[in-house]
Ligand binder design. Structure first.
Ligand SMILES: Cc1cc2nc3c(=O)[nH]c(=O)nc-3n(C[C@H](O)[C@H](O)[C@H](O)COP(=O)(O)OP(=O)(O)OC[C@H]3O[C@@H](n4cnc5c(N)ncnc54)[C@H](O)[C@@H]3O)c2cc1C
Length: 439
């Protein structure tokens, strides 16, 4: 079996390496940074507790990640790397939504058989009045016969407006889902991709709508088990090895260069790096003329990990409606806030953003600022690409004109937004193409 080079050890690269290793291919993974996981990685943080000055190291995630039962490729990857027991899957879809009056509203599957259970969820969601609930049910119902391509030119906002999904229906329901799944505000997000997600979640079987959250940090969930899996099958992983250049040494092999040094020749190479990183690799254009020349537009996500003297939260996670803090996750000693589509904060100082976060937590959850004894902010300006408009035209497929070169990564054309599932699917797809080529 030939040795396959994979560039990038984010979830796309790790998945490609796991998939190929499991079929007997030897993989050689090159990662530019010191550790794996890319945007879905973890890092150490050691706050000092004010009561007794004790210090404890935590592994914090680069960003809180939430998954769903419809992440079928991701769940199958977790089974393959023996990490499926490190997630928590709901028995049925259940989300507690807090309004700015501190009242809580449940969006919860009912006891009737699927799909009626999901209609029960909408009818029991008291943030909406009766007329709005009926309108939401009608909107979901029409998804069955919806021709998704007919939405190609629409934004989510335009589509919702056309279907009377305005007011509380928009802010208290669809906006939460749109920003949560596409990390893009409804006025920019693609209606067709959002409709595809709604179809998968609402019409794809009852498992699909369940919320899945990591029970451990992302490194323990994905990165370490994947690395163990790859190494146990003879795969090589080299960290701190950024690939800066690709040379065609002959028609059937590629030479990879890192910091002016050759790091090997390979018949097949998967680039599993973000679009902005790919564009910096010398020599890539001549092999891949279809690479778009412009930069993709990105959307940021701002995460705060707040360490609390006393944590009053009882729920594992909560959604906040009408707040820049869209989600709050409870990790016991600390809570994590998520603000997706946060590009308007990109130029704001950390302390100014913290003030907003703390005042929102006070308003929605009655959480006192004095309880916060330490915090860590992670502002990911290029968390995901903006899932709409011109950006979508520049997503490319996994195969290139050259039979030995492949792309993977959440930005490639998976039909999904930039998510864990998109990244994992892209890695699987690239690996399957190579497996097919040699079978
Ligand atoms: C804060 C945040 C929150 C998120 N929340 C969610 C969520 O709740 N649910 C969800 O499904 N998704 C979420 N996502 C999206 C998800 O994390 C990404 O879609 C996914 O991790 C992307 O994986 P990837 O492998 O495509 O890219 P990346 O993770 O970016 O991996 C690319 C890797 O390539 C390496 N690299 C780059 N250039 C080179 C080079 N020249 N040579 C060698 N290596 C190189 C990088 O160092 C990196 O390790 C979130 C993302 C962020 C940032």
């Amino acid at each position: 079996m030939p040795e396959i080079a994979i560039i990038g050890s984010g979830l796309a690269g790790l998945t490609a390496a796991v998939t190929l290793s499991s079929k007997g291919f030897k993989v050689h993974l090159f990662e530019g940074s010191k550790k794996g996981g890319g945007r879905a990685g973890s890092f150490p943080f050691t706050p000092t507790h004010p009561l007794d000055n004790s210090q404890k190291e935590y592994q914090l995630d680069n960003g809180q990640h939430i998954m769903m039962g419809c992440y079928h490729e991701t769940l199958s990857l977790l089974r393959e790397i023996s990490a499926i027991d490190k997630i928590s899957i709901q028995d049925k879809m259940e989300v507690k939504v807090i309004g700015n009056n501190q009242k809580s509203y449940m969006l919860k599957s009912g006891s009737m058989p699927y799909p009626l259970s999901l209609l029960q969820a909408l009818m029991g969601y008291d943030l909406l009045n009766f007329r709005e609930k009926l309108s939401a049910v009608k909107f979901v119902n029409q998804l069955k016969s919806l021709e998704i391509n007919s939405l190609d030119r629409l934004t989510v906002k335009e589509w919702l407006d056309q279907n009377g999904q305005t007011g509380a229906l928009s802010t208290g329901l669809w906006e939460i889902l749109c920003i949560g799944t596409l990390n893009t505000s409804p006025d920019k997000a693609s209606a067709s991709i959002f409709a595809r997600i709604l179809k998968i979640v609402f019409l794809g079987g009852k498992v699909n709508s369940k919320i899945v959250v990591p029970a451990v940090n992302l490194s323990s969930l994905f990165v370490e088990p994947a690395i163990r899996f790859i190494r146990s099958r003879g795969g090589i992983i080299e960290f701190s090895t950024p690939v800066n250049m690709i040379n065609s040494t002959n028609s059937s092999s590629f030479e990879l260069i890192s910091r002016d040094q050759s790091i090997g020749n390979f018949p097949d190479v998967i680039f599993a790096v973000p679009h902005h990183a790919l564009k910096k690799i010398n020599g890539i254009e001549q092999h891949l003329p279809s690479i778009p020349n412009r930069e993709l537009e990105y959307s940021s996500i701002t995460t705060f990990h707040l360490f609390l003297k006393i944590n009053p939260l009882k729920d594992d996670f909560l959604a906040l409606t009408g707040s820049p803090v869209q989600w709050v996750f409870n990790h016991g000693d600390y809570i994590t806030t998520v603000t997706s589509s946060s590009s308007n904060w990109d130029k704001m100082s950390e302390s100014d953003i913290l003030k907003i976060i703390v005042s929102e937590l006070k308003k929605y959850l009655n959480l006192n600022e004095a309880e916060v004894y330490d915090y860590k902010m992670v502002k990911e300006k290029r968390a995901t690409f903006v899932c709409g408009g011109e950006n979508l035209k520049h997503r490319v497929g996994c195969c290139t004109e050259n039979p030995g070169l492949f792309f993977a990564g959440d930005w490639t054309d998976t039909g999904l937004p930039a998510t864990i599932e998109g990244a994992v699917l892209s890695g699987r797809t690239a690996a399957r193409k190579i497996i097919q080529k040699y079978s």
